[in-house]
Write a protein that binds this ligand. Structure first.
Ligand SMILES: CC(C)(COP(=O)(O)OP(=O)(O)OC[C@H]1O[C@@H](n2cnc3c(N)ncnc32)[C@H](O)[C@@H]1OP(=O)(O)O)[C@@H](O)C(=O)NCCC(=O)NCCS
Length: 186
């Protein structure tokens, strides 16, 4: 497919947000994203806090965003962690693709519940997709989300993703939606 696997930027800003790599001070926020029942409702349920803490200890909090295209979403003013955003390649091993080669760009987003309802995920996703559109050739970008996850589907639709199909995975119906990367050029 394309030689540039993901977004090379390690930090960028929007009106209210800074997308950046993780710091040690993000530990509590990262734990909340993995253990909060509301955040994990359509993502396989909350993970046990002890397992999340052990994993962070093993990897090192500041290393959890080492992979290109993986970011903490932080408040630009306070630098507090509000969520995470990942724009990387969807594994060919997973169902839900729009090309034969698979490995398309895929967008995922998680916000702490206290940050929901303010357009922050929309703002973070728009900034990331614009940065990727400026750097990478045009290509499909995917969002895969449980069909029951109305907030996530609303956000995908607002960003301009079109529903492609549905499929079953993890005992639930998933919706596959896609957009052309260059539709996000500023
Ligand atoms: C999916 C998720 C990120 C969506 O968060 P969100 O805050 O609803 O998303 P948006 O950024 O699109 O914000 C939309 C809301 O902000 C409001 N809003 C306020 N100011 C706004 C602005 N400037 N621009 C856009 N929307 C704005 C909208 O009216 C809407 O409110 P509503 O939900 O009360 O209708 C969040 O629900 C979440 O983290 N869920 C758990 C994790 C998950 O399931 N992720 C999906 C995996 S891909």
């Amino acid at each position: 497919m394309n030689a540039s696997p993901a977004l090379s930027a390690t930090e960028f800003t929007s009106e209210r947000l800074r997308l950046r790599k993780a710091h040690d001070a993000d530990r509590d926020g990262l734990i909340e994203l993995q253990t909060d029942p509301q955040v994990r409702l359509y993502l396989g349920g909350p993970r046990p806090r002890s397992a999340v803490e052990q994993r962070l200890d093993a990897i090192g909090t500041a290393n959890v965003t080492n992979k290109p295209g993986t970011f903490v979403i932080a408040d630009k003013r306070t630098d507090q962690l509000l969520g995470t955003l990942v724009l990387d390649r969807r594994s060919p091993d997973l169902p839900g693709h729009v090309t034969e080669e698979c490995g398309e760009l895929e967008l995922t987003y998680l916000l702490r519940p206290s940050a929901w309802g303010a357009g922050l995920a929309f703002e973070a996703a728009t900034a990331a997709l614009r940065a990727a559109a400026d750097e990478l050739p045009d290509q499909p970008v995917l969002v895969v989300t449980q069909t029951a996850n109305e907030r996530s589907l609303r956000l995908a639709a607002l960003l301009g993703f079109q529903r492609v199909s549905t499929f079953e995975a993890y005992d639930a119906e998933q919706t596959l939606a896609a957009a052309n990367l260059h539709s996000f050029k500023a």
